[in-house]
Ligand binder design. Structure first.
Ligand code: PCA
Length: 122
C-alpha cells in the first residue's frame, strides 16, 4: 500500500479519476512550497521549483500495489514522462509520506496557479 498525492486528471471529478476506482480517498492535501504546476494542454505537470512559496493542491489516496503499477504505466513512468517520487506535504499537518508524479520533461512556459481544474478537450 502506498499513499499517493494526485493533483491533476486523477482527482475526483476529473477525466482520469477512474484509474483510482476501488482505492481509498484519505482527504484533500497540499504540497509544501517548492512545487509548481504547468499547463501541458490536456493535463498538468508538477515540477520542483525552489522559488515557489505556495505549493500545489490535490488529494491523498491509499493505493494498492497492483493499482499503483497500472498508474505508473498510465502516467508513462517507463517512458520518463513522469517520475513517481516522494513529495513534501504541508497539509494535512501531520507528516504523511506520499508519492506523486513529478513531470520529467521540459514543462514549457505556462505555469498555472496552485490548483488545476479539469476542462473539456478541444
Ligand atoms: N495525472 C496525475 C499526474 C498528472 C495527471 O494529470 C495526477 O493527477 O496527479
Amino acid at each position: 500500500m502506498r499513499t499517493l498525492f494526485v493533483y491533476g486528471t486523477l482527482k475526483r471529478g476529473c477525466r482520469n479519476h477512474h484509474h483510482l476506482a476501488g482505492q481509498r480517498f484519505l482527504g484533500e492535501a497540499r504540497t509544501g512550497p517548492g512545487y509548481r504546476l504547468y499547463d501541458l494542454g490536456a493535463y498538468p505537470g508538477l515540477v520542483a521549483d525552489p522559488s515557489d512559496t505556495e505549493g500545489v493542491t490535490g488529494e491523498l489516496w491509499d493505493v494498492e500495489p497492483a493499482a499503483l503499477a497500472r498508474l505508473d504505466e498510465f502516467e508513462g513512468v517507463a517512458e520518463a514522462l513522469y517520475r513517481r517520487v516522494p513529495v513534501a506535504l504541508s497539509a494535512p499537518a501531520n507528516p504523511i509520506e506520499a508519492d506523486t508524479y513529478l513531470y520529467a520533461r521540459d514543462p514549457g512556459s505556462r505555469p498555472i496557479g496552485p490548483t488545476w481544474h479539469d476542462h473539456p478537450l478541444p
